[in-house]
Write a protein that binds this ligand. Structure first.
Ligand code: MN3
Length: 191
């Protein structure tokens, strides 16, 4: 497999990248998942901040690298796309590709250029991810969110965020959350 991508990406780089770097993300993701399972079982959430961050960092690394490998194909297989197909639309050498190249080239230090679909309003978007964990695990579709910026609770709760979160949990529209869950469950295995 690696050799078929040469000379564009060399075998040594690809093997290190896949077998060492991506593997470390997979191990980290599995480790964080296990620790979070243990926390749920014991009810001890004293390290929740640490393991949530580890989960996001390694989970995003795993998702993005999986997409990266699946993105690549030997040069001979990079042509095609029937007229009017999504493939033709995405590959046309116009603004999508130009913006993707410009955005990717200007990522500061380490990171990713990303062409993505934003499912809430239905847009194709191009993003720079300089710290891939900052968007939590890439590809997730939020189902339930709680705004803990101070503006959401300061007048009534001042610094008592936990009281606000307790109250928030009593007024959740689970029907709405379940509706979103049902919609996005169909996305499993989309890559
Ligand atoms: Mn990498």
């Amino acid at each position: 497999m690696p050799r078929r991508l040469e000379p564009h990406i060399d075998k040594e780089t690809l093997l290190l990248h896949h077998d060492k770097h991506h593997a470390a993300y997979v191990n980290g993701f599995n480790g964080a998942m296990k620790k979070l399972e243990e926390a749920r079982a014991s009810g001890d959430y004293s390290l929740i901040k640490h393991w949530s961050r580890e989960f996001a960092f390694h989970g995003s690394g795993h998702v993005l690298h999986s997409l990266y490998w699946a993105n690549l194909s030997p040069k001979g297989r990079t042509q095609g796309g029937a007229p009017g197909s999504p493939e033709e639309k995405l590959r046309e050498p116009g603004s999508i590709q130009k913006q993707f190249v410009a955005a990717t080239n200007s990522v500061e230090a380490s990171g990713w250029g990303v062409l993505a679909y934003e499912p809430y309003m239905g847009h194709l978007v191009i993003l720079q991810a300089e710290k891939h964990q900052d968007l939590t695990v890439w590809g997730v579709c939020p189902l339930l969110v709680c705004d803990v910026w101070e503006h959401a609770y300061y007048l009534k709760y001042q610094n008592r965020r936990a009281d606000y979160v307790d109250s928030f949990m009593k007024i959740i529209n689970w029907e709405e959350v379940a509706k979103r869950y049902t919609k996005v469950k169909g996305l499993v295995g989309y890559r």
